[in-house]
Ligand binder design. Structure first.
Ligand code: GLN
Length: 483
């Protein structure tokens, strides 16, 4: 789609300004019901579009993403734009700088339409934890969009953006991509700079692209992946144009499948995964059974490491350094004791009343697991299991080039179905979190549809690749998509 629009822009069939206006027209028609965007950046978008149009009319060459509109998850900072991370505590926060990915996108001339909804601080799998209401699934408005990058997924799926950026700590790009019927990539840890991403769990977080095709995702990855001196965990640039690797040829590739994963699957999902396996066989890939013996510990490992890192990262939101503070409220409608009387009460009230239940749950879990006497039993042990899981992948990748799994255990569930039961919600991440724990790249691509109550609901499958081998990963799913 990006290439097609690019050609239309250079042939003069459409201007970037017209394109942007068209997208805002769709947004104003759909967003009120679906709630994908929290903030629109219309002025900025039109200003950017005008520059591109002037360039084109001067006969200058434009880049592949130049003039093409997308959306940014609202935990990624854009200079002078409100950035809430889906939390009340950052309701009035205007970012004073651009995240590195935003800098790169702006340099590439990409247009930003607005900021998209998410579970508060990216904790959740349904976008229901947003302080600004849930984002609905465009395929069935009674169902969740997935999360935490639900707004970014829905913006693309319902034609309110051509592409978007999400962030993925345990599946937050891939799971909503699966539920909404689009492509979502979590790059290798370190491939994309995290500078300017509001940190949730720093050793797991990664920014990645979402779009309707693998090629579009590849184009965006090429633009945003670069070594960044502002993020010590970013890795040396490779200056790859990932889109150039999309040959569609997968003959001889070895794709691993994990028997235990497929055993307990629901029948509909199993059928889709079997269909994917058959297609890859037809395309000449070899399917090989592999084992990830420690993958069964991935969920408990994640739900120790993630809360620990989160409790530390979120300590900065104390009402003094950033955003809302309890004693700012003219009418303290939420605090039965009135306004805080001293600094400590101010800290306590701010965090008690401005943070949501799930975020507080994670902070408490993390603080507990890190406390003296418990650190060794929980955090340290989880780190050791993390190493074992990584080693499982190292061994598996001696035998195969990629690993195929479902992205999600089911299609999108109903709004309200799981948000009262945190464990049910955490189980949503069962297939996605191992990639974050091991740091490998992983992508969700539409695998088919399942009819439920007369509605066709999309569902994705997931491929995991070797560390820093995004090109094989992208080409393999491209082959599925175009054949
Ligand atoms: N669902 C997971 C969680 O709640 C993952 C979230 C994410 O990837 N940002 O922690």
């Amino acid at each position: 789609m990006i290439k097609e629009l690019h050609n239309k822009l250079i042939s003069g069939e459409i201007t970037s300004t017209q394109l942007v206006e068209q997208y805002f027209a769709v947004i104003s028609q759909k967003n009120k019901d679906i709630n994908a965007y929290l903030t629109l950046t219309k002025e900025l978008a039109l200003e950017q579009a005008k520059k591109v149009d002037e360039k084109i009319s001067r006969g200058e060459e434009i880049g592949i993403l130049e003039g093409i509109p997308g959306a940014i998850k609202d935990n990624i900072c854009i200079e002078n734009v409100r950035t809430t991370a889906g939390s009340k505590i950052l309701d009035n926060y205007v970012a004073p700088y651009d995240a590195t990915v935003i800098k790169k996108l702006k340099e590439a001339g990409a247009i930003i339409l607005g900021k998209t909804n998410l579970d508060e601080f990216a904790m959740g799998s349904s976008t229901e934890n947003s302080a600004y209401g849930a984002t609905k699934n465009p395929h069935d408005l009674e169902r969740v969009s997935g999360g935490s990058s639900g707004g970014s997924a829905v913006a693309v799926a319902s034609d309110m953006a051509v592409w978007s950026l999400g962030s993925d700590t345990g599946g937050s790009i891939r799971q909503p991509a699966s539920f909404c019927g689009i492509v979502g990539l979590k790059p290798t840890y370190g491939r994309v700079s995290r500078y300017g991403l509001i940190a949730m769990a720093s050793s797991l977080d990664q920014i990645g692209p979402m779009a309707k095709s693998v090629e579009d995702v590849a184009i965006i990855l090429s633009i945003i992946s670069e070594k960044d001196k502002l993020d010590a965990t970013s890795t040396p640039s490779v200056n790859k144009r990932y889109e150039d690797y999309l040959t569609g040829e997968v003959k001889g590739l070895k794709i691993g499948i994990v028997k235990e994963y497929l055993a307990g699957l629901n029948e509909d999902v199993k059928k889709i995964i079997n269909g994917v396996i058959e297609k890859y066989k037809k395309l000449g890939a070899q399917i090989v059974e592999i084992e990830l013996p420690n993958a069964k510990y991935a969920l408990p490992t994640y739900y120790i490491i993630q809360p620990c890192e989160t409790s530390s990262n979120l300590a900065r939101f104390d009402g003094i350094k950033y955003g809302m503070r309890a004693d700012d409220k003219k009418n303290s409608d939420y605090n039965p004791d009135g306004l805080p009387k001293n600094l400590l009460e101010n800290y306590l009230d701010t965090r008690a009343y401005e943070l949501g239940a799930e975020v507080k749950r994670r902070i408490m879990l993390g603080t507990y697991a890190l406390s003296a006497g418990y650190y060794d039993a929980y955090y340290l042990r989880a780190q050791k299991v993390r190493t074992l899981i990584k080693q499982d992948f190292q061994k598996a990748f001696e035998k195969v080039d990629l690993i195929l799994t479902p992205t999600t255990p089911s299609t999108a569930f109903k709004l309200g179905e799981k948000n009262q039961d945190p464990l049910q919600m955490y189980l949503e991440d069962i297939f996605t979190i191992t990639a974050n724990i091991a740091g490998v790249p992983a992508i969700s691509v539409p695998g088919g549809e399942i009819k439920i109550n007369g509605k066709n609901l999309p569902i994705g499958f997931q491929l995991l690749g070797k560390w820093f081998d995004e090109e094989t990963l992208l080409n393999t799913v491209h082959a599925f998509e175009v054949n």
